[in-house]
Structure formats: C-alpha cells, structure tokens
Design a protein around this ligand. Sequence first.
Ligand code: F6R
Length: 611
Amino acid sequence: MCGIVGYIGSRTAYPIIIKGLQRLEYRGYDSAGIAINDNEIKVYKCKGKVRDLELLTKQKPIGGTVGMGHTRWATHGAPNDCNAHPHRSMHGKFVIIHNGIIENYDHLKKQLAKKGYTFESETDTEVLANLIENFYLDKKVDAETAVKLALTKVIGAYGLVVMCADEPDKLIGCRKGSPLVLGIGEGEYFLASDSTPIIEYTDKMVYLNDEEVVVVTREGIKLTNLKDEIQKLVVTQVDANIDNIDKGQFEHFMLKEIHEQPTSIYDTFRGRISLDKRHIHLGGIADVMPRLAQAKRIIIVACGTSYHAGLVGEYLFEEFARISVEVEYASEFRYRNPIITPDDVIIAISQSGETADTLAAIRMAKQQGALILGICNVAGSSIPRETHAGIYTHAGIEIGVASTKAFTAQVVALTMMAFSLAKKRNMISDERYAALINGLVDVPSKIEEILLNEKAIKAIATEYKNATNAIYLGRGYLYPVALEGALKLKEISYIHAEGYPAAEMKHGPIALIDQNMPVFVLATKDKYYEKVVNNIQEVKARNGKVIAIVSEGDDTIAHMADQVIEVPDCDEALMPLLAVVPLQIISYYIAVMRGCNVDQPRNLAKSVTVE
Ligand code: F6R
C-alpha cells in the first residue's frame, strides 16, 4: 500500500519519478505527489491519480536531478490534496514520503504541539516530518542523525524517503515493516517500494532490512542501522521481465494477466518437474523436506486470494500426503494466541511477500519453534526473507489489483508440494504420481483452450452485468474456487457476491434465490457431480439463474442450466486451475461493462502493508 519512489543521478528526476509512480500506482491511487530539488525543494501534490498530478505540473517546467514521489492509499485522513504526500515539516527543513502507519502518532503529535508545532494535514506522516525536524533543530545534528533519532521514538511501520532542505543533494531511505528497495545504476540510484519502477534502469537491487537506513548521494551509498552500525550491502541481481509491466495488446493488466496463465503456470513448474514427467524436485524446500514429511500438522496462513489458494492446498495435502491441515486468515491467526508446536509447519502464501498480517503471523509462529515455509511471487520481498525455506511462484510481476495469475501459480506450487510430499511419505503409487504430474503438465494447454472460448464467456457476462447480487457454489476442490470467483466479482465490479460450499445453500442462502439471482455453479465431473446436479435443480426450482462451469460434453447440466461454460477434463485435484479461469473472465467483462476501473478498483490496493 502506497508506492514510493526516489531518484538521484544526472538525469532530470521528474519524468523518472512520474513513470515510477505510474508503475507503482497499483499500490494505491488516492492521491499522488512529488518533491524535487529544483534550486529549492518544490512539492506538487493532489488528490487523485498520477495523471492528475501530471495535469497539475504540466505547465511548470520542473528541473532537478534529485527527487521523490508518492502514490497514496489513505490510512490517516481522507484522500484530499492536503493529506497527499510529500509532507513538509513546519519550518520547511524536511520533506518526506511514507508508506506504513505510525501507530503512536497521536501521542507524538501532542508532544510536538506542546513545543509549538501545528499541523496542516490529518496524517501520521506529517507528524513524523515534524518529529525529525524537531530533533534536527533541537539537537543541532545532521539530517541522517535526526531521522534516526526520530525513528527510535516511532511505533509502527514505515518505508520512508526523506529530503532535507539544508542537504538537498541527498535521499535518506529507511524501512521497518514496509518494503524499500535501493536500485544501483551507473552513477545514479533509485529508491522504491518494489522493483517495478527500477528494473528499466538497473537490475542491481538492495532490499533493505528492518531498521536499516540508507543515505544516498551521487557519490555513493551508506547503509547503517538505527544504532548507527554499518550494515553489509547485499546486492541482488533481479531477473525481471520488463514486458510484465506493460499492458501490451490488452486493454487492462487484469486481462493480460488472465491470458498469461498458461505461461505463468508453466514457468512455475518448469525446472521442477523432470523431463520424463515422473519426478518433482522442489529445490527451495529440499533441505527441509524430511521435517516437512514428519509434520504433525500444516498450518497455512494467508489473506484474500492467497487464502483461497491455501484452501485448495488443504484439500491437496490432506488427500495426497495425509497430513492434517488448517488454513487460517493471517489476521485472525496472529492475534488468536494459537497453539503452535515445533512439530507444526507453517506455510505462508503471499503474492507480494509483504502482506503485514501474513508477515506478522510467521514471525509469531517462528518464535514458537515451527518450521516456516513461504510460497511467494515477489523475489526478495519480506516474507521469503523471513521464512526458513520456500517456493517462489514464477508468475511474473502482477500489476492488476485483482489477483489472477498469482492465484493459479500458488495453486501449482501447492499441488507440486502435496504430490511430492505424498511420494516422500509413501502415500501414493508411482503410477498415480506420474499420472498426476502428467496432468499438471497438461494444464497450460487446457487453459489455452478455455481462453479460446473468451467471446462466449464475454457474452454470458453481458447477461449478468446488471446483477446486484450473485452466489457462487462449489464442492470439494471447487469450493475454494467458488470463494475466489465471488471475490473477483465483488472487488472489481462492486456487485455483492458470496461463495458457499454447494451443500450449505440449503442452510440459509437459498432464501435469497429468485429470478434475479445469478448462481454460478462449479459442476465438473468429479465425485460430487450428482450432488451438485441436485443443487442446480434446487436453484432452478426457485427460478434462480444458473451459470454452470461443466466438463466438456456434459449434456445433463446443459439441459438444466441457463448457460454452461465447458472446461476440458482433468483430474479433480487439478480442476481449480481450470475452473477459476472462466470466473476470472466473467468478472473482468462484467466490471468493464459496468464502467469500473478494473486494474485499480475503488478503495483497494495491492500489497497490503498495513494491518
Ligand atoms: C484479491 C487480492 C487480495 C490479495 C491479498 C493478499 O484479488 O489480490 O485479496 O490476495 O491482499 O495479498 P498477498 O498475496 O500479496 O499476500
């Protein structure tokens, strides 16, 4: 949440920062602002998107080769011009941008008020700017020391970039809880919330650790911690594809990312499945495999779409590896005082690798001795750095706020883990193991087949674009897909939608069904098929509209349902990977037809770095 970007070098900073903000806009789009050292530190900011900021600055020639920018997801204070970042301290000495939350800001604000400070905005960030300035003026120290002194008083999370009017050719970056990446170019440096605004200029990145402070000038970098101890600069070569951050031929990132799934799924199993398709080797967890195989219990922690992937994992691990699994919302798990033992294995699932609740949950479980594994998409992000081992999903950068390709990549990672764990625990025959691996390898081409049907799926979306509610039903492996389908629809089209295990419908939701209620039923040929057919009859008997996702050639449901979408056959354990795709496409087109901003839905942001 909130995107921050900074630049120092020999080029004009303004276009680099604006482009960087556009790349980061998926992290928040309530307001945008920049600060540039153009003879003095000038600040431009406004409510709205980066393009509003561009309009604001259009007539103003902005020079300067040092600067920073911010795109906001509002926490403290409404999204308006005044609350937009950057924030300047009262005496004008400091300008700062911030991602995170200063939890004790009210206490700090009262202390500063007693010293005569007044505040223009409602933000916690302005309090921090004034706190830094207060140390700077009172203690007569340099900017770096003032920042460090202020941060020792702060409770909360921050990814921060600071400019000082007296030391204008310098950026000071620091982080705790919220991410900050330093990009090292040829005679130029970048700071950003993630690598997306940087990869076009350099692939050399340093992921800052908590409580590290980096001082960047044109002459070089100094990395210390809050105690002023020099820290080792660990430079990572980031292997990111620049194509991932452009929409290409597609109108929206979400549609592009839906279409990328054959590739992203392939990339996630490529190199992990042997060429003869008989073995899975997960290098990232190979060392911990013996302990994982002995686990008494697996606890999966995640949020949102990643939580739904975790639910698919529960079915997979229990069926194949015969290990008991609990799937927990990270936000509940971390505060519930859960019972965790060293025999437990925690798997954190997160696209961004930065979700605050998931990160806090694994920290807590780590202290209690559990083995912590991660399934993450963003290399170098916080969660993979804090886990004992893990698997990267190689979905590529996901920009659309609604997660699509990250979900299927997470499910692929969990599927490979479950199958190889089953093998390790001798719970599966060689033949079945090989058949499942072959089935997984066929998934990308089967998704391509579904994507060829996009026009017909779009036509179904047209029928339901004016719905005000929708229900999604599924059983077994497809119950989590029902939840995911409902989440996709509600988050981008603002239609109220709920997912249920199909059998639960009779226990309440059936009361909602009338001729206006679309019911999306996941009804492929698996062991629940007959029961799901009964559920469809129950909906039809109450005049509900049924849109069924069915196996190829299913005549039975075609005669009952209002619309059917066929998906190719596969083992039921792999069906979530196929069945979710038509639901993603339907949500996408419904949202587009309703005029919604698909890639940047209201109130949302990708990478939820506040709890
Ligand atoms: C929904 C969506 C969110 C995320 C959730 C967790 O489309 O994207 O629900 O899945 O915020 O994010 P990560 O996976 O980054 O931890």
